[in-house]
Design a protein around this ligand. Structure first.
Ligand code: ADP
Ligand code: MG
Length: 234
């Protein structure tokens, strides 16, 4: 009975996730359909405005499906030994213009790091998610510090520190739930994806935050997750 219980719990979790995905995708679809019907039946003056909104709705569906695809089970052969410091450097370059627009400075300091056996595209996505959140937490600009440390217990520690809006303590348990967002244009999928990816790599994520002061995210990834075997079974 114990296993049966677990299975039905899993099933209802899948049901809940499906419901929220369907909901999130149906909203922009409904508005797209409405616009198209309007365009079909009447001539429209401000066509550009309509097209602009329609493109945004399509972008939203694209973002949501893209993030969900990242959760798909990684293939074992996608694991390679990667240079984490170089990956972080590339992500900082990638987000440079977004940081600039938001008057945010990004500082990286790093120990000598061992190569880490990981799925490069996924770990890169984790850095993108965390740094974007840090940028978005500081609407008036500020500084993000990224510290990369060589943890002698056969892993690396990645710390992302911002001095942004922070997260009220009572909301901490909600971080990482699918579609939980406090932002107008958020998807609420970034942290869920991040937690899932780091779990798949046999690592850990710790969130320290204080409302109004800022947030520190600590990630630990083992150099060579024995998890490769578990991942196959998962
Ligand atoms: P999104 O960024 O689309 O809202 P995420 O899953 O990335 O979705 O984040 C979920 C929520 O967690 C955010 O809406 C925000 O409330 C909170 N959050 C995440 N990172 C930070 C941060 N660095 N500072 C403040 N709040 C954060
Ligand atoms: Mg985010």
């Amino acid at each position: 009975t114990e296993e049966r219980l677990l299975r039905s719990e899993k099933l209802s979790a899948v049901g809940q996730l499906s419901a929220s995905i369907a909901h999130e995708i149906r909203n922009p679809l409904t508005s797209l359909k409405g616009f198209l019907q309007l365009m079909k039946t009447s001539s429209i003056d401000n066509l550009q405005d309509y097209l602009h909104i329609m493109l945004e709705e399509i972008n939203r569906i694209e973002t949501i499906t893209g993030e969900l695809l990242l959760l798909a089970k990684p293939q074992v052969h996608q694991f390679h030994f990667e240079d984490i410091k170089e990956m972080v450097g590339n992500v900082v370059i990638l987000l440079h213009s977004q940081a600039l627009i938001n008057k945010v400075d990004i500082d990286v300091s790093s120990d000598e790091l061992p190569l880490v056996n990981c799925v490069g595209a996924q770990i890169k996505q984790v850095f993108i998610n965390l740094i974007k959140n840090a940028i978005e937490s500081m609407p008036n600009g500020g500084k993000i510090r990224i510290n990369l440390q060589n943890d002698c217990k056969e892993g690396v520690c990645i710390q992302v520190v911002d001095h942004g809006c922070g997260i009220p303590e009572e909301l901490l348990p909600k971080i990482g739930l699918p579609f939980y967002t406090t932002k107008d244009k958020g998807t609420g999928l970034g942290m869920m994806t991040t937690l899932k990816i780091i779990e798949t790599h046999g690592g850990t994520v710790d969130i320290l935050s204080e409302a109004g002061k800022g947030t520190t995210i600590n990630i630990y990834i083992p150099i060579n997750p024995l998890a490769v075997k578990n991942i196959d079974e998962a």
